[in-house]
Ligand binder design. Structure first.
Ligand SMILES: Cc1cc2nc3c(=O)[nH]c(=O)nc-3n(C[C@H](O)[C@H](O)[C@H](O)COP(=O)(O)OP(=O)(O)OC[C@H]3O[C@@H](n4cnc5c(N)ncnc54)[C@H](O)[C@@H]3O)c2cc1C
Length: 368
């Protein structure tokens, strides 16, 4: 089949690799003009480790594996440690393989056969599914026809909007926003992961290898803005932390403002009863975003792409049956991942001074 994949993240690249391996003629389009490789390290866990092996990339992933520091320190304005937390209490990291997001995306890009087009600066603007195929119009003005369209274009998926309806029907905001920016390596002292809280706000420094990252998490109701507008994202972040210069908050905000690749998004989940309609199907965050607090989004993207390609291999003449099989096999992983996301936010960004003190006291008691 001729298959269009929208999105060049972990889900899109994995779908590309798996569908080409299944004998399909695949084209990928990525809205950005380059691979988006930034972000904090991500975990590959559970069944997705076996999937990476089947895809032929597990050896390279293991070779780039990193060991993140096990502990998070909560500090006061004078950088004194108030309480410590084992990282696996934020999300369970037992048995996983941790790898910089940039390395995983680069490995997957290299595993995509050279003959498979990956077109940057391109996205779908219109889809028409007539039952026998899908006519697609692109932002560049060109048109083409495909047998299937795979939407792997992330939490704010354009494919989902065009096929299933507006985002608000499917997005469940968990009450937090997060941002990640690059810091100069020297900003991270002694390999520490230090987090500083104000009520409802967390800013911190983490890192891996020689990299340092500024991380932010804050409580907020849903904010209406153009999620593609980097300046708007930076404005929101500076407004939320307005006037806050305690600890190293000022330095971290400056780094965020200077970062052309700042990652900023709501902490949300995508809930859908069905991930396919007609000849269009969604994989990864587009279909079942579990939020960064779950630590499982990348694993879901890997297994989802794999189950989809497998199902199409097993039911080459029955797309509806193949999509149903994909959903049946993937859904239990999604339910488990989404269920793990909520507690991390309360731990990292308690809402009031009393809740911050209570969290610290609880962690001190636990470590004693
Ligand atoms: C830059 C970036 C940084 C991230 N950092 C973190 C992190 O630090 N921690 C964490 O837990 N998760 C992070 N994530 C999310 C994480 O990558 C995903 O949860 C997970 O890997 C599943 O990936 P996905 O491919 O489904 O979605 P994404 O990783 O969101 O990939 C979607 C891709 O589709 C592209 N795209 C978007 N819209 C369109 C469109 N209309 N047409 C074509 N292409 C489009 C995007 O540019 C992106 O490359 C990050 C995502 C991105 C894009």
């Amino acid at each position: 089949m001729r298959i269009l994949v929208s999105g060049g993240g972990v889900a899109g690249l994995s779908a590309g690799i798996d569908l080409v391996a299944g004998g399909h003629d695949v084209t990928l389009v990525e809205r950005s003009d380059h691979l988006r490789v930034n972000g904090s390290p991500i975990d590959i866990r559970g069944e997705s480790i076996g999937v990476a092996e089947e895809m032929g990339v597990l050896g390279q992933i293991r070779a780039r594996r990193i060991g993140m520091s096990e502990r998070i320190e909560f500090v006061d304005a004078s950088d004194r440690i108030l309480a410590e937390l084992a990282a696996d209490e934020v999300n369970d990291t037992a048995g996983d393989v941790e790898i910089p997001r940039e390395d995983l995306v680069t490995i997957l890009r290299a595993a995509l056969p050279a003959a498979t087009p990956l077109i940057f600066g391109e996205s779908i603007v219109e889809l028409h599914d007539d039952g026998a195929g899908v006519d697609v119009r692109f932002s560049s003005g060109t048109s083409d026809r495909f047998d299937l369209v795979v939407g792997a274009d992330g939490m704010h998926s354009a494919t989902r909007r065009l096929v299933f309806g507006p985002e608000h029907l499917f997005l469940r905001h968990l009450g937090f926003y997060t941002a990640i920016a690059a810091l100069p390596p020297r900003a991270r002292r002694d390999g520490r992961n230090s987090m500083f809280n104000l009520p409802g706000l967390m800013s911190g420094i983490t890192g891996y290898q020689d990299k340092a990252l500024a991380v932010f998490l804050f409580r907020s109701p849903w904010i209406d803005y153009d999620y593609r507008d980097l300046d708007a994202q930076k404005r929101i972040l500076t407004d939320v932390f307005a006037g806050q210069r305690d600890w190293r908050v000022g330095e971290l905000l400056e780094a965020a403002l200077a970062d052309a690749e700042l990652y900023f998004d709501s902490v949300s989940q995508i809930d859908m009863d069905a991930w396919h309609r007609g000849r269009a199907v969604l994989v990864g965050d587009a279909a079942y975003c579990a939020s960064p607090l779950s630590g499982r989004g990348t694993s879901l993207a890997l297994t989802g792409a794999w189950f989809l390609a497998e199902a199409l291999r097993e039911h080459p003449d029955d797309v509806e049956r193949a999509f149903a099989q994909y959903e049946r096999l993937q859904r239990p992983h999604v339910l488990r991942a989404q269920a793990t996301a909520a507690p991390g936010g309360d731990l990292l960004a308690p809402p009031t001074p009393e809740a911050i003190d209570a969290r610290n006291e609880r962690l001190r008691t636990a470590s004693r």
